[in-house]
Design a protein around this ligand. Structure first.
Ligand SMILES: Nc1ncnc2c1ncn2[C@@H]1O[C@H](COP(=O)(O)OP(=O)(O)OP(=O)(O)O)[C@@H](O)[C@H]1O
Length: 376
């Protein structure tokens, strides 16, 4: 049997790479096709580094050739990732901090801060060194969630410079915009003020060596997000959503903002919070109050990893208010739930770091970023 190169190219015109509008041949993803008898070698060039997209593209190519050209074809695919150069990007890296993970949500009140706090303690329990930068200027909640509301970061001298020392609780280092305002005081942070405060918490702080810095972002898609991606080389973001339609619509906007060309921060995946209600004494009873599997389906639609689901459990709320994240309750279901989600997050970070160059802070030089943010 002899395979025909043209026939193969024609078959490959029927498939696209996730997230790209044109077919693989038209978009230039198929760099070359060479045939030797019943063997075919396809050179594939991907412009996105996500491992799952690479795998899906390779599977699609194999399936298409076997189905449309010959079921006996021996297929070899050489994949290469070429992330387009962004000449305008250059940001300050933070020495000692290995991975910066943004935790975002489109809608407010979906449990983003609760998830951040529980991810942090779960990572710390796994032996990682962890910090939280609470950048939620509208409602910084980390001081309450870690029971350090009345503490203030102290100033220390490092190499002749005065630096802020993060407050530590349950082996997690924390800096929050909430440490600089009285809890009862309503503060309206204007964009530049918030950016300045955040910059100080990032660069004028003595974070030491961290495996993970989790950044609790404000809800929504706004100026402060742009400001953060401009100041911080974010490794990737995790999006938190409930299964409810209004939350999902906003989560989708969040994903498109981070994936937009101007921002281009990898989305590590989606976590479904408040997936169902479960009474602690009857864990097998599940009530899908906000709808079933909405965030899981959204992840599938957007082709981003689904990182897991967190049920509504009274003790999660209580633990948050009490100031001891629920995932610290040894032997509880919540501990197991967060351990699994945390493992999934770490796995995605590892695969992202293997397949992508380090993110640099985005230097936005045009208004392009703003239109991307407004994009639905
Ligand atoms: N899985 C859960 N089970 C029970 N209560 C939860 C759960 N997740 C969050 N909560 C509670 O819901 C409320 C909102 O959660 P949280 O403050 O984490 O949301 P958020 O998305 O960070 O809000 P914001 O938009 O204000 O930043 C809190 O009282 C929290 O304790």
């Amino acid at each position: 049997m002899k395979l025909d190169r043209k026939e193969i190219l024609k078959a490959l015109e029927t498939i696209t790479i996730a997230g790209e509008g044109k077919n693989m041949v038209e978009s230039g993803a198929i760099a070359n096709v060479v045939t030797f008898g019943d063997e075919v070698v396809v050179d594939l060039v991907l412009h996105t580094p996500a491992m799952h997209i690479k795998k899906r593209a390779e599977d699609d190519i194999k399936k298409t050739i076997l189905e449309l050209v010959s079921p006996d074809a021996k297929i070899k695919i050489n994949s290469k990732v070429e992330v387009p150069d962004k000449p305008e990007i250059k940001g300050k890296s933070i020495p000692g901090i290995k991975n910066i993970i943004g935790v975002a949500s489109g809608k407010g009140g979906v449990g983003k801060s609760t998830v951040t706090a529980n991810l942090a303690v779960s990572l710390a329990k796994m032996g990682f060194s962890v910090g939280i930068l609470d950048a939620d200027i509208y409602g910084p909640s980390m001081p309450i969630m870690f029971d350090v509301e009345s503490e203030k970061p102290i100033s220390i001298m490092v190499d002749g410079k005065s630096k802020m020392k993060p407050v530590e609780s349950y082996e997690v280092k924390i800096l929050s915009i909430g440490f600089f305002t009285a809890p009862s005081q309503a503060v309206i942070w204007r964009g530049p003020m918030a950016s300045k405060a955040l910059n100080q918490m990032i660069f004028d702080a003595d974070w030491g060596e961290l495996d993970f810095m989790l950044v609790d972002l404000p809800p929504g898609t706004g100026d402060i997000h742009l400001s953060i991606v401009q100041s911080l080389p974010i490794t990737g973001v995790v999006i938190v959503s409930t299964p409810q339609a209004v939350a999902l619509a906003d989560a989708k906007k969040g994903v498109s903002m981070f994936m937009s060309e101007a921002i281009n921060v990898p989305v590590l995946g989606i976590i479904e919070n408040m997936a169902y209600f479960t009474p602690e004494e009857l864990p097998e009873n599940k009530y899908y109050i906000f709808g079933k599997e909405g965030a899981r389906n959204l992840a599938e639609d957007l082709d981003v990893p689904f990182l897991g689901e967190v049920p509504i459990v009274q003790s999660i709320r209580e633990a948050g208010d009490y100031g001891r994240p629920a995932a610290m309750q040894t032997g509880s279901i919540i501990e197991t739930v967060f351990e699994e989600i945390t493992r999934n997050v770490v796995r995605e970070v590892v695969s992202r770091n293997e397949s992508l160059p380090a993110t640099e802070a985005v230097k936005i030089t045009t208004m392009a970023g703003c239109s991307a943010v407004n994009k639905k």
